[in-house]
Write a protein that binds this ligand. Sequence first.
Ligand SMILES: [Cu+2]
Length: 362
Amino acid sequence: MGPPKAFGHHPDGPAREQVGQSPIVLHSPKDRLHRSTLCGETFSRPAQIEGAIGHQAKLQRIPTHQVCHASTIRPKEAHGMSAQRLRWIAFWLTALAALGLVLTGCGTTPAAVTVPRIVIKATDYAFDAPAQVNAGLISVRLENDGQELHQAQLARLQDGKTMDDLQAAFAQGEQAAIALLEFVGGPSVLDPGKSQEVVLDLKAGNYVILCFVPSADGVPHLAKGMVRPLQVVAASGQAGAQAPQAVRSVVLKDFGFEMPAEVKAGQQTWEIKNAGPQLHEIVIFQLAPGKTMADVGAFLQSPAGPPPFEAIGGMQALSVGKSAWLVLDLQPGNYVVLCNVPDSASGKAHAELGMIMPFTAK
Ligand SMILES: [Cu+2]
């Protein structure tokens, strides 16, 4: 852990956006002094270890300091924590400080809480997935073990609605079913053998995992069995995991993508936000050598021969105002992003209305 990371609230550090949102504020930029608004104590970089250990010692005796430290973990939940839990946090903070891992007292995020992971396996035509997960941040990885393209759309049923209601709505048409659901993302369309990871923030409720991809006969996979319920339950006493660090935010809107035309190749996380007003998704195709966006458009209009791209994933549909994180490992090359969600007025895919753009990874 390098100094800027350890000193998370440093104005030049990677967590600089958090300044002002935590109990630690910049006290004196000239002297690089930081101050806790809860306990009044100041911290300077050369005195990090001493300051931290001294502070941790106080933490053992003064309840307000326990609250102060706990607030750096999850401000909204800290004050509702049980005394036992606060003692447990205090114990670990002290232990970590003694090891030199906690360098800055209140200013440091303690050992990161790992985001829980689940794997969804898709076959022709079923999902293998857990039946229940805890609410909060969760990493969802889709592995396509089938012969066809698959996706895993996660959507929350409106309160009071059941799977039977959803089934009845699907019988009336896709728009009727969409009206019963809040779309929260999920791994997007994948070629056979590929996988995609996304990180979602799920609130408690009854969810479904869906695949809208049609087979050659035109029937969507969800009508062939690719509908699976998922229960998200409120987690009690679970420390909050940190949201992934994203290198960029990609905004989806009617009808386009706000993102650069050129990005760096390699491993990276994008935060995907839907600014609306319609439902949107981001599907990523990696172009075959020599192929262009025009070839993709022509193939989508009338598929013939091998596709001019590989479907490498993306983020499934998000309701307006929702965001989620897309974990990518981009090979250098040319790509196209597009949205296949149907327009609520014309029924045309958003890609046909302009929601398609090329980008290059270098
Ligand atoms: Cu769209």
